[in-house]
Design a protein around this ligand. Structure first.
Ligand code: C2E
Ligand code: CA
Ligand code: CA
Length: 777
């Protein structure tokens, strides 16, 4: 009971209800049974008293008639005379056999006032005989008339006695003359034996069977003896003229009402049962229909929701407008607003706030979905494209974040236009976008699609009167490998990323398709990183020096310090290991090692010529180091060298990210007394305005322009040289390999020449030897 009642309100309520109705039924049954019993008892009692009354009145009538007969004889002159004279004829004439039999009198006696028998007759075995004093009957008669209750009694009456094992009715009357106030002279007593025939006659008259029983001695004389009832008979004392008689009247009762009682009880029981059943059925039905079943429905819905079986939140059933419906309506409203909020949240969680495109999370989910599809539909071509805008940081920093944001939004919009509405374009963060290319058989190949993406990106974006063009580097990775196996999400993303970096390395606006070699590259780079770490730990890095000649005087103007890493019996190119150091952060350690070695070499170089200067390359990441300026100053100062014997070379890319801090660092270096060269000038993105505001003293013309110059195209070289002239900067031309190149540069006004034409980078020993040889020459 405890268990089920805890689980189900419905069962509990219905159980209690049925129990309650059973109790009410039982109580009402008991009450009705009690009432039935009461009325039956009353009915019985009434029937009993009515019967007793009928019997009593029949007896009384009989007694009254006899008393009258006795009185008729008693108040008679002849009888009084007989008492006085003893006339034998009086008895024989008035009390014949015939008359005694008719009157059903068994004995007649005249007794004197003192109780002795005057004369009497009795019927014995059909014969009339004289009474004498010896007869027991006479004793009874005497006892009667001598009873003190009769003293002074002037009228007749009756006495009911038990004698010799049978009931007797004795009626008596005083004997006196008929005239008024004449004195009593004796007693007349008539005795009737209440035998079978007598009683039968009386019973017939009353219509009720009855009999007389002797009253128990101790009950005699009690004022009101109790009524003894049994199921079939009622027995009660009966009165006579002297009070309570010696007889009990036993009246037979009508056939017992027991059967009726039982039938009545059965009917009642059935009635109660049927009523309880009907009431229970009606109550249960109503309660269940209107409330409990609906509550159970609610509970079931709630349970399913709680156990996660339902896909969507429950919709509570509404039938009408009652309280439960109101509750259901309120719940439904609540659920749908929760639903909306959840949808919105889910949308937000998957949406990039700036562009409204999907975000990384959505890309992951989409990939999960598509990878599953690819497994089922082999004919689909699925490829992941990662698009990274080139030099976006630079643009963002130089032209402002608003333009940057506008550019990102435009890029997203253009990408979205290229794909189907159902396809997802996502922004992964910063300037990196991803889209999943899905082509069915016969549709555009991935590469044609990529070209369309490039064209779309190449369209200039205008913003507040400015027109900006950006390109994107695109990495492409197919979902299925060449062997036809589908990749997992993480591998796919890694592949696309590797391809994108490869595209970046190849230059701007390029795309690259992932291939296993790229993966090899990564592994190689990891190995390289490990080895480079080891090299730095063991201080195996070397610094070589390449002279820069002022061709006007033919003198060595300065040297560029270039890092050299002895590896596997040869040298690993800085174009390989510098990017790895840059990416892994080893560059700071490497840069410090280079600076230390340069400072260690400087005294020897200064010994050759006091005005010798060494140019040290600084990578973008080095410039971002907060300790850079302090570190360089303490190194140079610690060696007792002049700060202007060190020049630093930085590429434009060093200025791309966090331009403000970059400028701050450059200003600090310049303020500390170091000269600054802008390396590889012309290959990156530099606004002229910015160039002017930065403390560079020298521009280094990139080797690519020198090569163009050698091929007869002097336009860029000329522009840069004249620009430097305008800004009051000097120009160093890099990578001069031929006399012709040098010739053209000189004609354009550039005199500082660095290149194999004069000398390759070399270790300090070799350089010192080279310098010594030059002096001799
Ligand atoms: P960079 O600063 O532009 O250095 C000049 C590069 O041009 C050097 O390559 C040099 O050997 C090469 N070069 C000089 N003359 C000629 C020539 O006539 N013909 C050709 N083909 N090349 C010539 P290297 O030493 O391989 O260095 C490559 C790049 O690695 C450097 O370019 C610089 O960006 C970086 N690097 C080298 N050492 C360091 C370093 O200590 N620190 C940092 N941060 N970067 C370094
Ligand atoms: Ca350089
Ligand atoms: Ca350079």
């Amino acid at each position: 009971m405890y268990l089920w009642s805890r689980r189900s309100l419905r069962l509990k309520t219905l159980g209690i209800l049925v129990l309650l109705l059973c109790v009410v039924g039982a109580l009402s049954f008991a009450a009705s049974a009690w009432m039935l019993d009461r009325s039956l008892v009353e009915f019985e009692q009434r029937a009993v008293s009515e019967r007793v009354a009928r019997v009593s009145s029949a007896i009384q009538q009989d007694v009254t008639a006899r008393v009258r007969v006795a009185s008729d004889y008693g108040f008679w002159d002849d009888a009084a005379a007989f008492m006085e004279q003893q006339d034998e004829k009086f008895l024989s004439v008035n009390f014949t056999v015939e008359s005694l039999r008719n009157a059903q009198v068994s004995a007649v006696a005249f007794l004197a006032l003192d109780g002795h028998l005057h004369a009497g007759v009795e019927m014995r075995e059909g014969q009339r005989e004289r009474l004498d004093e010896s007869r027991p009957l006479v004793q009874h008669m005497r006892a009667l008339v001598m009873d003190p209750a009769l003293a002074g009694r002037s009228i007749g009456g009756d006495a009911k006695r038990w004698a010799d094992g049978q009931p007797l009715l004795m009626v008596f009357s005083p004997v006196r003359r008929a005239e008024r106030l004449s004195p009593q002279v004796g007693w007349l007593v008539l005795v009737q034996v209440l035998d079978e025939p007598n009683l039968r006659e009386l019973s017939q008259g009353a219509g009720v069977d009855f009999r007389f029983l002797p009253a128990r001695a101790e009950a005699l004389g009690a004022a009101a003896a109790p009524v003894h009832n049994s199921a079939a008979q009622v027995t009660q004392p009966i009165r006579d003229a002297l009070g309570v008689s010696e007889l009990l009247l036993q009246v037979d009762l009508p056939p017992a009402l027991e059967r009726q009682r039982q039938t009545g009880l059965l009917v009642l029981l059935l009635n109660s049962f049927v009523l309880v059943l009907l009431a229970a059925a009606a109550a249960v039905l109503l309660l269940d229909r209107l409330i409990l079943r609906r509550l159970a429905d609610f509970a079931r819905l709630a349970r399913r929701q709680r156990h996660g079986a339902a896909a969507s939140p429950p919709h509570w059933p509404v039938q009408g407008q009652d309280e439960l419906d109101q509750l259901a309506l309120a719940l439904n409203t609540m659920v749908s607003s929760l639903d909306e909020a959840r949808d919105e949240l889910e949308r937000d969680v998957r949406t990039d706030a700036l562009t409204g495109l999907g975000n990384r999370r959505q890309l992951y989910e989409q990939l999960d979905h598509l990878l599953g599809q690819q497994a089922r539909h082999r004919e689909l071509t699925l490829a992941l494209l990662l698009i990274d805008l080139d030099d976006f940081k630079l643009l963002n920093d130089s032209l402002g974040h608003e333009l940057g944001n506008h550019l990102l939004v435009q890029t997203g919009r253009r990408l979205k236009e290229l794909v189907r509405a159902s396809d997802v374009v996502t922004r992964l963060g910063g300037d990196e976008f991803a889209l999943i290319y899905v082509a069915e058989k016969g549709e555009l190949g991935v590469l044609s699609f990529v070209r369309r993406v490039q064209q779309a990106l190449a369209q200039p974006v205008s913003y507040q009167g400015l027109e900006v063009t950006v390109t994107g580097s695109i990495g492409i990775a197919y979902v299925a490998t060449q062997a036809g196996q589908a990749l997992n999400k993480d591998d796919l993303l890694r592949n696309a990323e590797l391809a994108m970096y490869a595209a970046k390395r190849a230059g701007k606006g390029r795309y690259s398709l992932f291939n296993d070699a790229l993966l090899g590259d990564v592994q190689e780079r990891m190995l390289l990183e490990q080895q480079l770490r080891e090299c730095l730990r063991q201080d195996q890095l070397e610094v070589w020096f390449q002279p820069i000649i002022d061709v006007r005087s033919g003198e060595v103007a300065m040297f560029e310090a270039l890092a050299r890493w002895p590896l596997d019996g040869g040298y690993c190119s800085p174009t390989r290991f510098i990017p790895v150091a840059e990416e892994t952060g080893l560059i700071n350690e490497l840069g410090a090692a280079v600076a230390r070695k340069v400072i260690a070499a400087l005294p020897a170089l200064l010994a050759v010529k006091a005005r010798h200067v060494v140019n040290v390359n600084l990578s973008p990441r080095q410039l971002m180091s907060r300790h850079l300026v302090e570190q360089m100053c303490s190194l140079v100062d610690g060696a007792g060298l002049s700060r202007d014997s060190i020049h630093f070379e930085l590429t434009e890319s060093a200025l791309a990210s966090n331009a403000d801090f970059a400028k701050q660092q450059l200003d600090a270096l310049a303020a500390a007394g170091f000269h600054l060269h802008l390396d590889d000038f012309g290959t990156g993105y530099s606004s002229l305005h910015r160039l002017q505001s930065l403390p560079f003293s020298t521009l280094k013309l990139d080797r690519s322009f020198v090569v163009m110059l050698g091929e007869g195209d002097a336009r860029i070289a000329r522009a840069i040289i004249s620009l430097a002239e305008q800004l009051g900067m000097q120009v160093i031309a890099e990578g001069i390999e031929t006399e012709a190149q040098q010739q053209r540069l000189q004609e354009l006004g550039c005199h500082l020449i660095q290149g194999y034409l004069h000398a390759r980078p070399m270790p300090l020993d070799a350089l010192l030897a080279w310098l010594a040889q030059r002096q001799v020459a």
